[in-house]
Unconditional design. Structure first.
Length: 184
Protein backbone atom coordinates (compact mmCIF):
# COMPACT_ATOMS: atom_id res chain seq x y z
CA UNK A 1 0.00 0.00 0.00
CA UNK A 2 2.78 2.48 0.90
CA UNK A 3 4.60 1.78 -2.37
CA UNK A 4 1.42 2.72 -4.26
CA UNK A 5 1.06 5.95 -2.27
CA UNK A 6 4.71 6.76 -2.90
CA UNK A 7 4.21 6.21 -6.64
CA UNK A 8 1.11 8.42 -6.53
CA UNK A 9 3.11 11.22 -4.89
CA UNK A 10 6.03 10.86 -7.31
CA UNK A 11 3.54 11.18 -10.18
CA UNK A 12 1.24 13.90 -8.80
CA UNK A 13 3.59 16.00 -6.66
CA UNK A 14 6.50 16.38 -9.06
CA UNK A 15 9.14 19.09 -9.03
CA UNK A 16 7.45 20.54 -12.14
CA UNK A 17 4.38 21.24 -9.98
CA UNK A 18 6.42 23.18 -7.41
CA UNK A 19 6.15 26.98 -7.63
CA UNK A 20 9.63 28.39 -8.25
CA UNK A 21 9.36 32.10 -7.52
CA UNK A 22 7.31 32.08 -4.34
CA UNK A 23 8.52 33.93 -1.28
CA UNK A 24 6.82 31.42 0.96
CA UNK A 25 8.66 31.55 4.24
CA UNK A 26 7.85 32.18 7.85
CA UNK A 27 8.06 35.91 7.07
CA UNK A 28 5.56 35.88 4.21
CA UNK A 29 1.97 34.82 3.78
CA UNK A 30 1.92 31.98 1.29
CA UNK A 31 -0.35 32.39 -1.70
CA UNK A 32 -3.15 29.84 -1.87
CA UNK A 33 -1.62 28.21 -4.96
CA UNK A 34 1.50 27.41 -2.93
CA UNK A 35 -0.41 25.31 -0.41
CA UNK A 36 -0.08 21.55 -0.63
CA UNK A 37 -3.18 19.97 -2.22
CA UNK A 38 -5.38 18.13 0.27
CA UNK A 39 -5.04 14.74 -1.46
CA UNK A 40 -1.22 15.01 -1.40
CA UNK A 41 -1.25 15.92 2.30
CA UNK A 42 -3.63 13.02 3.03
CA UNK A 43 -1.31 10.51 1.33
CA UNK A 44 1.67 11.90 3.28
CA UNK A 45 -0.24 11.65 6.55
CA UNK A 46 -1.02 7.96 5.94
CA UNK A 47 2.61 7.23 4.98
CA UNK A 48 3.83 9.06 8.09
CA UNK A 49 1.71 6.85 10.35
CA UNK A 50 3.27 3.58 9.17
CA UNK A 51 5.00 1.31 11.66
CA UNK A 52 8.68 1.97 12.12
CA UNK A 53 10.52 -0.12 9.52
CA UNK A 54 12.68 -3.00 10.70
CA UNK A 55 16.40 -2.79 10.10
CA UNK A 56 16.38 -6.00 8.07
CA UNK A 57 13.31 -5.19 5.97
CA UNK A 58 13.18 -3.67 2.52
CA UNK A 59 10.45 -1.16 3.24
CA UNK A 60 11.85 2.09 1.86
CA UNK A 61 9.38 4.80 0.94
CA UNK A 62 10.43 6.44 -2.34
CA UNK A 63 9.47 10.12 -2.42
CA UNK A 64 12.49 11.38 -4.35
CA UNK A 65 12.16 14.61 -6.34
CA UNK A 66 8.66 15.33 -5.02
CA UNK A 67 7.18 18.74 -4.29
CA UNK A 68 6.08 18.55 -0.65
CA UNK A 69 6.37 22.24 0.13
CA UNK A 70 4.44 23.26 3.27
CA UNK A 71 3.66 19.60 4.09
CA UNK A 72 2.54 18.84 7.62
CA UNK A 73 4.60 15.85 8.75
CA UNK A 74 4.82 16.51 12.48
CA UNK A 75 5.46 13.24 14.29
CA UNK A 76 5.76 11.32 11.00
CA UNK A 77 7.70 8.04 10.97
CA UNK A 78 9.82 8.33 7.85
CA UNK A 79 12.89 6.22 8.58
CA UNK A 80 14.18 4.61 5.38
CA UNK A 81 12.50 7.32 3.30
CA UNK A 82 14.11 8.34 0.03
CA UNK A 83 13.46 12.08 -0.11
CA UNK A 84 16.49 12.78 -2.29
CA UNK A 85 15.99 16.03 -4.18
CA UNK A 86 12.54 16.71 -2.67
CA UNK A 87 11.25 20.24 -2.06
CA UNK A 88 10.15 20.45 1.58
CA UNK A 89 10.41 24.22 1.97
CA UNK A 90 8.41 25.59 4.89
CA UNK A 91 7.27 22.07 5.88
CA UNK A 92 6.43 21.08 9.46
CA UNK A 93 8.62 18.14 10.50
CA UNK A 94 8.37 18.79 14.25
CA UNK A 95 8.88 15.52 16.13
CA UNK A 96 9.30 13.50 12.93
CA UNK A 97 11.61 10.47 12.82
CA UNK A 98 13.83 10.49 9.73
CA UNK A 99 16.68 8.58 11.31
CA UNK A 100 18.88 5.82 9.98
CA UNK A 101 21.59 5.23 7.43
CA UNK A 102 19.01 4.29 4.79
CA UNK A 103 17.16 7.61 5.16
CA UNK A 104 18.21 9.84 2.25
CA UNK A 105 17.54 13.57 2.25
CA UNK A 106 20.53 14.45 0.08
CA UNK A 107 20.04 17.47 -2.19
CA UNK A 108 16.74 18.22 -0.46
CA UNK A 109 15.38 21.75 -0.07
CA UNK A 110 14.55 22.22 3.62
CA UNK A 111 14.66 26.02 3.73
CA UNK A 112 12.36 27.53 6.38
CA UNK A 113 11.40 24.03 7.57
CA UNK A 114 10.39 23.41 11.18
CA UNK A 115 12.61 20.71 12.71
CA UNK A 116 11.90 20.97 16.46
CA UNK A 117 12.48 17.61 18.21
CA UNK A 118 13.11 15.98 14.82
CA UNK A 119 15.33 12.87 14.70
CA UNK A 120 17.69 12.98 11.72
CA UNK A 121 20.39 10.84 13.32
CA UNK A 122 22.59 8.94 10.86
CA UNK A 123 20.60 10.29 7.88
CA UNK A 124 22.22 11.30 4.60
CA UNK A 125 21.82 15.09 4.58
CA UNK A 126 24.61 15.82 2.10
CA UNK A 127 24.10 18.91 -0.07
CA UNK A 128 20.80 19.68 1.68
CA UNK A 129 19.74 23.32 1.99
CA UNK A 130 18.69 24.05 5.59
CA UNK A 131 18.88 27.87 5.19
CA UNK A 132 16.69 29.62 7.76
CA UNK A 133 15.32 26.27 9.02
CA UNK A 134 14.04 26.21 12.60
CA UNK A 135 16.08 23.79 14.72
CA UNK A 136 15.23 23.06 18.35
CA UNK A 137 16.43 19.97 20.18
CA UNK A 138 16.97 18.38 16.77
CA UNK A 139 19.04 15.18 16.67
CA UNK A 140 21.66 15.21 13.91
CA UNK A 141 24.03 12.75 15.62
CA UNK A 142 25.95 10.64 13.14
CA UNK A 143 24.41 12.47 10.15
CA UNK A 144 26.28 13.17 6.90
CA UNK A 145 26.28 16.97 6.46
CA UNK A 146 28.77 17.13 3.59
CA UNK A 147 28.00 20.25 1.55
CA UNK A 148 24.90 21.11 3.59
CA UNK A 149 23.91 24.78 3.85
CA UNK A 150 22.99 25.74 7.42
CA UNK A 151 23.10 29.54 7.03
CA UNK A 152 20.66 31.45 9.19
CA UNK A 153 19.97 28.56 11.56
CA UNK A 154 20.37 28.37 15.34
CA UNK A 155 22.06 25.10 16.24
CA UNK A 156 22.43 25.86 19.97
CA UNK A 157 20.21 22.99 21.15
CA UNK A 158 20.96 20.60 18.29
CA UNK A 159 22.75 17.27 18.85
CA UNK A 160 25.74 17.37 16.50
CA UNK A 161 27.71 14.49 17.99
CA UNK A 162 29.62 12.25 15.57
CA UNK A 163 28.55 14.19 12.46
CA UNK A 164 30.47 14.08 9.19
CA UNK A 165 31.13 17.22 7.17
CA UNK A 166 33.71 18.73 4.83
CA UNK A 167 34.89 22.22 3.89
CA UNK A 168 31.91 22.47 1.54
CA UNK A 169 29.49 22.53 4.51
CA UNK A 170 28.23 26.07 5.16
CA UNK A 171 27.70 26.83 8.85
CA UNK A 172 25.79 29.71 10.48
CA UNK A 173 27.82 32.87 10.93
CA UNK A 174 30.08 32.73 14.02
CA UNK A 175 29.21 29.05 14.66
CA UNK A 176 32.08 26.72 15.50
CA UNK A 177 31.13 23.12 14.63
CA UNK A 178 32.38 20.12 16.58
CA UNK A 179 35.12 18.03 14.95
CA UNK A 180 33.97 15.94 12.00
CA UNK A 181 34.10 12.17 12.33
CA UNK A 182 36.26 10.31 9.80
CA UNK A 183 34.57 9.43 6.52
CA UNK A 184 33.42 5.82 6.38
Amino acid sequence: MFEVMGAYLRTNATQRECPRDSKCSSDWKCPEQDRLPTVIQAALTVIGRREMPRDDGDDEIDLNKTCLRRATLDGARLSKANLRGADLRDADLDGANLSGRRTDLSNTDLRYTYLDNTNLSEANLSWTDFSEAHFGRTNLSGADLKGADLRGTDLAHTNLSNIYYEKSTVWPEHFVPPPSRPQE
